[in-house]
Design a protein around this ligand. Structure first.
Ligand code: DOR
Ligand code: ZN
Ligand code: ZN
Length: 356
């Protein structure tokens, strides 16, 4: 899996199953190309993009169009389909996964979600939940109870339909424990490392689901350390700094450039092993998405084993700010290889083919 010298580490390419590359009507926030650059800078060779674009990807036609556009990128591109109005749309699109938002639950109801689950059980798609029950949202408040209530709802749906379910960006140790045996879960760098005490900038720290208390956050990290969390994923969600600094900042944190380094910092601290790093951010997400990420297939990342200070201005995509500003991290991504090319931090690109 891993080769180690004193100064460098070669890892299988990272796989991020939760990113927002925007584009289309939101290209002022980020583009597919900008997102792919940020991914390569972070050692990520494959992503699964989210369907909350403008327009939202709810039809087979839009789904195909977007996948087609993504196929031209220098990284491997996958896409979670959005909730369709008519379940039969799934038969046309045949997505590997469907992303369900609290807004979808509020708009279409749990009944509709259950119908989707039935169809997905037959078609073998994975239901990916942003799991917060919108019935618990109160004038801008999104309490942890919303996650607990959603877990219960989804448990019943899985029980009745047998659908394969993944819960993304979980925030509670409770969720990691309560879903054992019937759902897989992922956690983000920000929910593992940031909380309401150590993240003070109200706009840059604003994200859905919300950051939690230090106590909850530390227990989530303990769940990661004890193997209860299956996958690590960023929820890389670019907005412009102007939007973030406006009176009504949108939720979202960008971290794909630094996510591997943050995870390797946890390795350095002894919280996770190097095998855990590869399992959490490469092997398990690659299995969920159906991509084959392997050093031998030319999908790898090279990391320099050195401490560095995180600076948003170094980010490679459109989003160049971060609540992790000035954090010390360990393990700089030096190069990322995918599709027969190796991309260096310096901006140089070389072909992996032998010279003619
Ligand atoms: O913080 C968030 N930002 N949470 C979401 O669920 C959506 C995302 C976005 O698209 O900006
Ligand atoms: Zn979400
Ligand atoms: Zn998201």
């Amino acid at each position: 899996l891993v080769q180690l010298s004193n100064r460098y580490l070669i890892l299988p390419g990272m796989v991020d199953l939760h990113v927002h590359f925007r584009d289309w009507g939101l290209s002022h926030k980020e583009t597919l190309e900008g997102g792919a650059r940020a991914a390569l800078a972070g050692g990520v060779v494959a992503v699964a993009d989210m369907p909350n674009t403008s327009p939202h990807i709810r039809t087979a036609e839009l789904y195909r169009k977007r996948v087609e556009q993504g196929s031209g990128l220098p990284i491997l591109y996958k896409l979670h389909m959005g909730v369709p109005e008519k379940v039969a749309e799934l038969d046309q699109a045949r997505p590997r996964s469907v992303k369900i938002y609290p807004e979808d639950v509020a708009r279409f109801g749990w009944q509709h979600v259950e119908k989707l689950a039935e169809r997905c059980a037959t078609l073998r798609c994975v239901l990916v939940f942003h799991c917060e029950d919108p019935a618990y949202f109160r004038n801008g408040e999104r309490p942890p109870d919303a996650e607990v209530a959603c877990v219960e709802k989804v448990r019943q749906i899985v029980h009745r339909t047998g659908a394969r379910v993944h819960l993304t960006h979980i925030t509670l140790p409770y969720t990691a424990e309560a879903t054992r045996g019937w759902a897989s879960v992922d956690a983000t760098p920000h929910h593992l490392l940031l909380d309401v005490d150590n993240c003070k900038d109200p706009a840059l720290c604003l994200v859905n689901p919300r950051l939690r208390t230090p106590e909850i956050r530390k227990r989530l990290l303990a769940a990661l350390a004890s193997g209860l969390i299956d996958i690590y994923a960023t929820d890389h969600a670019p907005h412009t700094l102007e939007e973030k600094r406006s009176g009504n900042p949108p939720p979202g944190i960008c971290s794909i450039d630094i996510a591997l380094s943050l995870l390797l910092s946890l390795w350095k601290r002894g919280v996770v092993s190097l095998d855990d790093v590869v399992r959490l951010y490469s092997f398990r997400p690659s299995r969920l998405l159906g991509v084959d990420v392997d050093v031998a297939r030319g999908l790898f990342t090279v990391v320099r084993l050195e401490e560095f200070e995180i600076r948003g201005s170094d980010f490679a995509g459109s989003c160049k700010f971060t609540p992790f500003e000035k954090f010390k991290a360990f393990g700089q991504v030096e190069a990322t290889a995918v599709r027969g090319k190796i991309y260096f931090k310096t901006g140089e690109t070389y072909s992996l083919q032998p010279p003619q």
